[in-house]
Design a binder for this molecule. Structure first.
Ligand code: C2E
Ligand code: CA
Ligand code: CA
Length: 961
């Protein structure tokens, strides 16, 4: 519009044209060129004829650039078609103004107001347009529009409105919202006094005061007060006022905002109340109650925080509470928090917190719960911290004490366990577990008497009961039946039950036993030592006197032991002594004692050998020889065979009342004699005994020779029945010694038994008898006779006995039915079953058996019944005095009745008189043997006498008469 004015006023420019105009330097030209609005001259084809600086600036082109462009390049509104129409319309109207959009070099669109004027200059048609940039104005308009709308919405939402008072008029102008707040219709415009009248009476003076100050001095105000609405509701409002002045500075108007803050007030009050209540509640808590932000920084805490840590509310939120945590606990504290951050779960941790006021640490238990937003991110922490210091320290002290106690109990070498009131195990330490040999966890809670029922029988049970019943400590030693060890036990009763402390004292007990043992025994050979030997000998002496039996003491000394010991070394020497001890003990009876007297000296005490001193001496000598032989066997020492021999001295004891010491001296003396006699031998102390022994030794040697020289012969003693008829004979051995003449079996049979020579002798007798039977069998007068032969125990028990007998029968061709074997009672009783087997085997072949010396043994009827016997032979000891001794007579009668009742035959031996024979016959014994009928005689005499007696049964054979 300015431009068009200028153009119309300043025709020069137009006439001169733009190029000229630029250079002309005229004021008009300058003004147009530098005008704030853009100026553009367009030709009919749309090309530019002129552009000024402003339009170039607006579109961002240089003048040259814009001059080379067409209207179509900058105004997208135009095309070739509508440009022509537009040109024609402008030509018709001359000018018009409209809004449009121009596109700048950078593509930005500018909102413009275009005033176009049609102009013909120098025959050419031009569209001269003045262009004003309205982009900013348009924007502001739009903003204004929008903000007005927003303000309205905001006013309604916030219940805020505006008002104004024209001081001259004294009327108040209320916005719609202010009317609504007063619960009045829109457009209500009260007077100043009316407006003030809506305020609650107590607020009115205040309002007047602030309003006056504002109206008079321009002091703005902002007050919260109560009004009473048209409907009589009392509400809170916020009223703000400011003064408005005219150009001369006079206050003409007061205006302001007016807001209903009732809800706000209520919310604030409620909030305030709950906050206060929460605070009071939190403060009343005995523990620290706190909240923290996502970083764990405290943002609230109750008063307890101050109480316990000295951190005040003023220190929050940068409280530095972690600084108050004990350095040793910081890690665990942060770890717990970190863990909770990771897992999102609440946590609990104990740590020490320092009180700033006194610098002391106290244990706190902190619990915290993370609070998350919808996305799950932790935004806050709520927590508490409880002072557990006293509890914790007591607890710690207790647990330290308990663990110290437990460690002590575990580590002590003594066993310990506790039982409750019901005898149940409540604690078992390691050592007790070891002794029990069982897993202690298996035993806890179990009743001791059920776990170890064997204890019921022991002192342990009684003592425990006593400890509990009498509430007193018990202490005792007892061998545990459960573990086979000796225990020293202490029981301490308490209200909980019984605490038992015990230890394995087997070692000590063993030591005690060892001490006892080695006081009496030799540690090396474990044989009785000198002291015990002396005791034992004393006892043996007493027993011998009491039992009227004889015994012997053997004193042994190893020959040349010292030399051997020195050459072999003492270890080997010890081994040798041990082996000697072993050999000595083998084969000894229980009543005997072997002991080590010292060094290489041993003593053997043989108690109760025999009633006869002679026999006892013989037995002692025989045992001595056995020992000699045993010790002569080679010894294995250090991989070599060694030989050592003993010298043995023997002394006998019996009824003489000898002292133990005296006996030892004698045995020792005899031992030296044995040494003097060339070693490896034995000697009797008593010369008479020595003689007996010597004789016996000679006898044995003689017997061997005698057997070879067939000096042993059977003598036959007749056996008759009650008619005096000869039924057979008993073969009795006789030794026809080359020098000594006839020797009685009483002398040689025992020696033969002892030496085993009885076996060849017995065999010899059996052969002689069977040969005789075979001879007799061929003769009519002797064919019916039977022969009895005595069988000794050793013969009978020999495994080959039965076979031997059968073999002899077979070899000789004797009729087994004529052979009778005489066995003694004691022999059969040794092994009844074996006896029955052997006897039965022979009986099946026709051989018969008599029980010799019947009445002297102790056969029970039971055995008698089972043995396959033919006859009982009443011993001559009973027969001899049968007429004068009532007891013997009774025995004889009983034996006869017994034999009859068992269906056995009976024969009496030792019948020397007719009266005895008659007595026996009267009582039912029909078979006899004795001097009345004949002495034992060699076969020739026996047969001769038999022939003499033929046909004269009454004739009694009385040799020597
Ligand atoms: P025995 O078997 O009891 O033999 C009977 C013994 O009494 C015989 O003594 C005999 O001579 C003797 N005697 C017989 N009638 C009378 C009499 O009327 N009055 C007296 N006072 N004595 C009479 P002998 O022959 O000295 O034999 C003694 C013992 O020797 C036998 O006792 C027997 O046990 C044993 N004996 C004899 N020969 C042998 C034998 O060959 N082998 C075995 N193992 N022992 C035999
Ligand atoms: Ca006999
Ligand atoms: Ca007899």
């Amino acid at each position: 519009m300015i431009m068009s004015n200028d153009l119309s006023q300043e025709g020069v420019l137009v006439k001169q044209g733009p190029e000229k105009a630029e250079n002309s330097g005229s004021l008009s030209q300058f003004a147009i060129d530098n005008a704030a609005d853009g100026a553009v001259w367009l030709r009919r084809d749309g090309t530019h004829y002129y552009v000024n600086k402003a339009i170039c600036r607006l579109l961002g082109y240089s003048r040259e650039e814009l001059m080379s462009l067409t209207v179509f390049d900058v105004n997208p509104q135009f095309t070739a078609e509508n440009w022509a129409e537009h040109w024609e319309a402008l030509k018709q109207a001359g000018s018009f103004t409209n809004e449009g959009r121009l596109q700048g070099k950078d593509g930005r669109v500018a909102l413009v107001e275009i005033s176009a004027n049609f102009l013909v200059f120098a025959g050419e048609e031009y569209n001269c347009a003045s262009i004003r940039d309205v982009t900013g104005r348009k924007h502001a308009e739009e903003l204004l529009h929008r903000s007005g709308m927003l303000l309205r919405i905001a006013g309604q939402t916030a219940r805020i409105g505006g008002w104004a008072v024209d001081l001259a008029e004294g009327r108040i102008l209320w916005s719609d919202e202010v009317c609504a707040i007063h619960e009045l219709p829109k457009g209500t415009a009260p007077s100043l006094e009316e407006g003030i009248g809506f305020y609650a009476p107590e607020w009115r003076d205040r309002l007047r005061a602030v309003f006056d100050a504002c109206a008079r001095h321009g002091t703005p105000y902002d007050e919260e007060m109560e009004i009473i609405t048209a409907k009589g509701r009392r509400i809170w409002v916020r009223s703000m006022g400011e003064a408005l002045r005219d150009d001369c500075g006079t206050i003409t108007q007061v205006r302001g905002a007016f807001q209903d803050i009732t809800e706000q007030k209520r919310v604030a009050r409620t909030l305030d109340q709950s906050r206060r209540r929460f605070r009071e509640l939190a403060d009343a808590m005995p523990m620290i109650v706190w909240t923290a932000d996502a970083d764990g920084e405290l943002d609230f805490a109750n008063r307890a925080l101050d109480d316990y840590t000295g951190i005040t509310e003023a220190d929050l939120p940068r409280s530095g509470w972690l600084q108050a945590v004990h350095p040793d606990d910081k890690d665990s504290c942060l770890a717990a928090w970190g863990e909770s951050v990771r897992t999102g779960k609440e946590y609990m941790v104990e740590f020490r917190v320092r009180n700033r006021a006194n610098g002391k640490y106290r244990w706190h238990l902190v619990r915290a719960v993370p609070i998350r937003d919808e996305a799950g991110t932790i935004v806050k922490w709520y927590g508490t911290a409880t002072d557990i210091h006293d509890q914790k320290t007591t607890e710690e002290e207790l647990s330290r004490l308990a663990s110290r106690l437990a460690n002590t109990l575990e580590s002590i070498t003594d066993a310990f366990y506790t039982l409750d009131q019901n005898w149940r195990f409540t604690y078992i330490n390691k050592e007790a577990e070891r002794i029990f040999g069982r897993d202690r966890t298996d035993m806890l809670g179990k009743v001791i008497w059920e776990e170890f029922p064997e204890l019921h029988e022991t002192r342990i049970y009684k003592e425990y009961q006593r400890a509990v019943d009498e509430v007193r400590t018990v202490q005792f030693e007892e061998r545990s039946p459960s573990f086979g060890v000796w225990l020293e036990i202490h029981g301490y009763p308490s209200e909980e039950g019984l605490a038992v402390y015990f230890r394995d004292i087997s070692g000590r007990k063993q030591a005690e036993e060892d001490i006892q043992f080695f006081a009496l025994y030799d540690p090396l050979t474990r044989l009785p030592n000198r002291r015990l030997l002396q005791d034992r000998l004393q006892q043996a002496l007493v027993a011998a006197t009491r039992n009227r039996l004889n015994g012997a003491v053997l004193f042994l000394d190893l020959d040349n032991f010292k030399t051997l010991n020195d050459t072999l070394g003492h270890d080997e020497g010890d081994l040798l002594l041990q082996q000697v001890a072993d050999r000595l003990t083998i084969g000894l009876r229980e009543s005997d004692t072997v002991g080590r007297f010292g060094g290489d000296e041993f003593v053997v005490i043989l108690g109760e050998l025999d009633a006869s001193a002679e026999q006892a001496a013989l037995k002692a000598e025989r045992i001595g020889k056995t020992i000699l032989a045993a010790l002569n066997q080679p010894y294995r020492l250090g991989g070599y065979q060694r030989q050592i021999t003993p010298s043995i001295g023997i002394t006998m004891f019996g009824q003489q009342g000898d002292s133990a010491n005296e006996l030892m001296k004698r045995a020792d003396f005899a031992m030296y004699q044995a040494k003097a006699g060339g070693r490896n031998t034995l000697r009797m102390f008593d010369p008479a005994m020595q003689a007996t022994v010597n004789r016996r030794v000679e006898l044995e040697a003689d017997m061997r020779e005698g057997l070879q020289r067939r000096e042993f012969v059977p003598y036959y003693q007749p056996q008759v029945d009650d008619t005096g008829r000869l039924t057979g004979a008993e073969a009795l051995a006789r030794w026809q010694h080359a020098e000594r003449g006839l020797i009685s079996p009483a002398e040689f049979i025992p020696v033969a038994e002892e030496t085993g020579l009885i076996l060849p002798l017995g065999r010899h007798m059996l052969e002689a008898v069977c040969t005789q039977l075979a001879v007799w069998a061929d003769r009519p007068d002797t064919a019916d006779l039977s022969l009895a032969v005595n069988i000794s125990a050793r013969q009978f028990h020999h495994p080959d006995f039965v076979d031997g007998v059968l073999e002899v029968i077979d070899q000789t061709g004797a009729n087994p039915e004529r052979l009778k074997l005489e066995l003694t009672e004691s022999l059969l009783l040794e092994d009844v079953e074996d006896a029955i087997t052997k006897m039965t085997a022979l009986k099946d072949c026709g051989v018969r058996f008599s029980l010799d010396d019947f009445g002297t043994g102790y056969s029970s009827l039971y055995y008698l019944k089972r043995l396959p016997l033919e006859k009982l032979k009443i011993d001559q000891r009973f027969v001899r005095d049968v007429l004068t001794d009532a007891i013997d007579a009774a025995i004889v009668r009983t034996v006869i009745v017994l034999a009859q009742s068992l269906g056995l035959g009976v024969i009496a031996e030792g019948v020397e008189t007719v009266q005895v024979r008659d007595f026996l016959g009267h009582h039912g014994c029909a078979h006899y043997q004795g001097f009345l009928f004949g002495y034992p005689e060699p076969i020739e005499q026996f047969e001769a006498r038999m022939r003499d007696r033929q046909g004269d049964a009454d004739l009694l054979m009385r040799p020597g008469e």
